[in-house]
Design a protein around this ligand. Sequence first.
Ligand code: CLF
Ligand code: SF4
Length: 506
Amino acid sequence: MHLKLLRQSLSTEPSQGGCESGSCGASGDRLSHLPDAIRDKVHNHPCYSEEAHHHYARMHVAVAPACNIQCHYCNRKYDCSNESRPGVVSELLSPEQAAKKVMAVAAKIPQMSVLGIAGPGDPLANPERTFETFRLLSDKAPDIKLCVSTNGLALPGLVDELCAHNISHVTITINCIDPEIGAKIYPWIFWKNRRIKGVKGAQILIEQQQKGLEMLVERGVLVKVNSVLIPGVNDEHLEQVSKVVKAKGAFLHNVMPLIAEAEHGTFYGVMGQRSPTNEELQALQDACAGDMQMMRHCRQCRADAVGMLGEDRGSEFTLDKVQTMEIDYEKAMEERKQAHAAIEANRKAQQAQTGETFVSPAQIKRPNKRSGITETPPVLMAVATAGNGLINQHFGHASEFLIYEATATAVRFIGHRKVDRYCSGGDSCGDAESALQKSIRALEGCRAVLCSKIGYEPWSVLEEAGILPNGEHAMEPIEGAVAAVYREMAEDGQLNRPESLAQMTA
Ligand code: CLF
Ligand code: SF4
């Protein structure tokens, strides 16, 4: 019984029944339900495995400037917002410059495991530049996984070439399967030397995306589908999209919130189209999760992002800096191999530790039914982490918090929330008060925040706001710590509240 509950707590998604097959070992390896070939592909890919993103880094190279469609959430002055966060223009690289940059990053960041091409336009609308970059890298950095993200229009015609370059992971952005909805997202596509507008253009795009998905799955490439959630446009449609792409063999579905700021000059931004709230995003992800594995840890990276998801070390690797770097790639590859072996040993130890520390909250006293309380409610907790799957960051140093939901039987990751750092030390504390208030707003709905340390001042303010600061689980694995805090709250009677209050946390 205990092991079963532990396994549920390690799952990133509600149980699909896979654990009952006997394939879940006591090791707590949460990818163990996957066939070996797929497990090999995802275990160190920070986007395809939620747990891997605590340990491994990715980078993008911006080699693809052109695009063959127009999305209403995109302004070409900025990166492709299918896979990127608009806001800063990436430094465009030639394939040779890109290859050199990848080798420099891979030599300096031992966690690096994946190279993705995701813009700033559409990689497959720039096939020569994209494939030349992949060709150079397969030669020079054969241990790096190759990944690409596309709007899908040119995909079917390039599937063979993608496979010839050993591209193991492909993301297709599919926002709809209904051309009427598509016409509200894509004003035009460029197809066979003509610009095709409205429903007709959207119809062609959708057909190409679906065909490309089927072809990739047939060839054993892992496909992730990204969808931009646009309230009032495709919000009621994406559950159906999820069902269809799952049926066609997509491995993962990543529903991302629309980013539409007027200052980005996009059609949606200028028209005042709103972005979804955290609650709307989570509700849709939960609705789709019944049908397939959902990605919830996407950071909507830039087309030249470098580092762990959520951090951007691009400024350490600008073109001028990279040009002057001396790289002994053979040596770097060997060092990375050792670093990855250490990461894997650490992951195993953490999973074992989680197993030892995790005691099911279901084993604690049940609430008294006469009080009108029927069940300990789910609780949201925020976690400050600097990586490695541990509670290892000072509250004031966090620029984002991971959000977990604990229930009586499971702990699951549900997303992240960005904040302004409350404290950067030294003389920069002038804005601390407003930054703290913003953090508190960002943590709305959370009952606790787990961090390695926290100062007295923010402690009091958080407590007053009903968010319990907790520094008692510093350096512990996240899921085990969240489960332990839930148990402590339940034992203290903090969860024994009338149903009306309990609903506030869900
Ligand atoms: Fe890059 Fe995308 Fe490959 Fe990852 S990102 S091409 S699959 S290596 Fe990842 Fe960034 Fe989200 Fe993309 S967090 S935006 S899903
Ligand atoms: Fe912009 Fe990307 Fe859409 Fe092209 S596919 S219009 S680059 S968001």
